[in-house]
Design a protein. Structure first.
Length: 433
């Protein structure tokens, strides 16, 4: 037994010595050189400027639209002339859904979904997909991105008595699934608004669909007193809640989604904001409402823009609890051509809206109520927005960090701001299919 114990002791010592030597050897050896990984290409962006010719346009307007790309909007010495330098959109609409590089839409033929790209002042068709069971009208639908390549489109059907949906894989434009929701018309009403508004809250995997019902059609239609908040499971498309809000009568963009203008955003804390309005002394007056993270109805009494003088035409989150708002002054005018619209910086926590100034005075009012003429470059922490008035079409640059304002490029006479979009540069040749 003693011999066996000595043998075991010697064996254990040998194993420990081997283990120590092996570890020491590994530690003493120089690290094996690793091959250098290729650097990720830097992502760069440009800006697509869309203008109308002759006068301001609107949704489904018949004015000629031209689009061109510029690498920067900040050069105050630059005047962009679209003569011989722009793409005219004909068989497709200017109302698009955007991702980093591409545009998606229902063309004017209203028979398919299209994936497009504007590059080198040429519009390319990347891929198209005929409708399945559900059909959609051009311009009259809303959307939400469920992930990088799953696009959900929703709208009222042709009779406007049901809400239909289609999910698309935007890589190949295949239809993943489609159907109709269980949302029913309110008693006494015979139609839904054309598109409603849709967004996706990633933090709890919920869809929010804003809609209302009406009786009749056109401007003479009778609408519900308050619009609805439908909370939907994006996996099953089951409606989990249908809440009638009490904060505003109608949301902005109820007929055409967010295809031309931004009406919704999430802040850094995943609170959801929506541009809406109510009638005050027969004037439609804007409100900026909030649904807090984890909640499903609007926060009672919250309005980040309490001193609105008319509708809030568009809103854009610019970080640090602030938003850039473009709104109207109904005492001056409410038509598209009226110089009655102005820009403000909205403090979402203080619930104040301060008109933007340049050189110590408020920026001049602008014409054009149907437009998304503002973008935010988060890398630069700068917002770019266009003003259109008797002095011409001028881009202004708002520096979020400092609050300073500078002039940017201008547009030649005869053209009028319609849209400004920030688009990721693509160094590959587009593949048409």
């Amino acid at each position: 037994m003693k011999k066996l114990s000595l043998f075991h002791s010697a064996l254990v010592a040998l194993m420990l010595t081997f283990a120590f030597t092996a570890c020491s050897s590994d530690d003493d050896d120089p690290a094996t050189p690793q091959p250098e990984q290729p650097a990720e290409p830097e992502v760069t962006y440009h800006y697509d400027l869309t203008v109308t010719v002759g006068k301001h346009g609107g949704m489904a307007s018949q004015e000629t639209h031209l689009t061109t790309s510029v690498p920067s909007l900040a050069d105050a010495t630059l005047t962009v002339d679209f003569k011989g330098n722009g793409v005219e959109i004909t068989d497709y609409t200017i109302e698009n859904i955007y991702d980093a590089k591409y545009m998606y839409q229902v063309p004017t033929s209203e028979d398919r979904f299209a994936k497009l790209q504007l590059k080198d002042n040429k519009l390319s068709v990347i891929r198209e997909r005929p409708f399945g069971t559900n059909t959609f009208a051009a311009r009259k639908y809303t959307h939400a991105w469920l992930n990088d390549n799953t696009l959900l489109i929703m709208a009222a059907n042709g009779k406007a008595d049901k809400i239909i949906w289609t999910k698309l894989n935007t890589d190949d434009m295949t239809i993943i699934s489609e159907g109709e929701t269980s949302i029913a018309l309110a008693e006494g009403y015979n139609a839904f608004t054309s598109s409603g508004l849709l967004t996706y809250r990633k933090s709890d995997d919920k869809l929010f669909y804003f809609y209302y019902c009406k009786k009749g059609s056109g401007r003479s239609a009778t609408k519900e007193s308050f619009f609805h908040v439908a909370v939907i499971n994006p996996q099953t498309m089951a409606v989990e809640k249908d809440i009638v809000n009490q904060e505003a009568s109608e949301m902005q963009g109820s007929a055409y989604g967010e295809l031309m203008q931004n009406f919704m955003f999430f802040d850094d804390d995943d609170n959801l904001y929506l541009s809406a309005f109510s009638s005050v002394n027969k004037v439609n007056t804007g409100k900026l409402l909030r649904i807090k993270k984890g909640e499903f109805d609007f926060e009672a009494g919250y309005n980040a823009f309490p001193d609105a003088k008319g509708k809030i035409v568009s809103v854009l989150y610019i970080g640090s609890g602030k938003a850039l708002a473009y709104s109207g002054d109904a005492s001056i005018g409410t038509s598209i051509q009226d110089q009655a619209y102005y820009y403000s910086i909205v403090d979402l926590n203080a619930k104040t809206a301060t008109p933007i100034q340049f050189n110590g005075t408020d920026l001049p009012y602008s014409a054009g109520s149907f437009s998304q003429r503002a973008v935010y470059n988060s890398r630069e922490q700068k917002a770019y927005f266009g003003i259109s008035n008797a002095d011409g079409e001028t881009i202004y640059v708002y520096d979020v960090a400092t609050g300073s304002v500078a002039k940017g490029l201008s547009i030649a006479p005869g053209y009028f701001f319609d849209q400004i979009r920030m688009v990721q540069d693509d160094t590959t040749a587009p593949t048409q299919k």
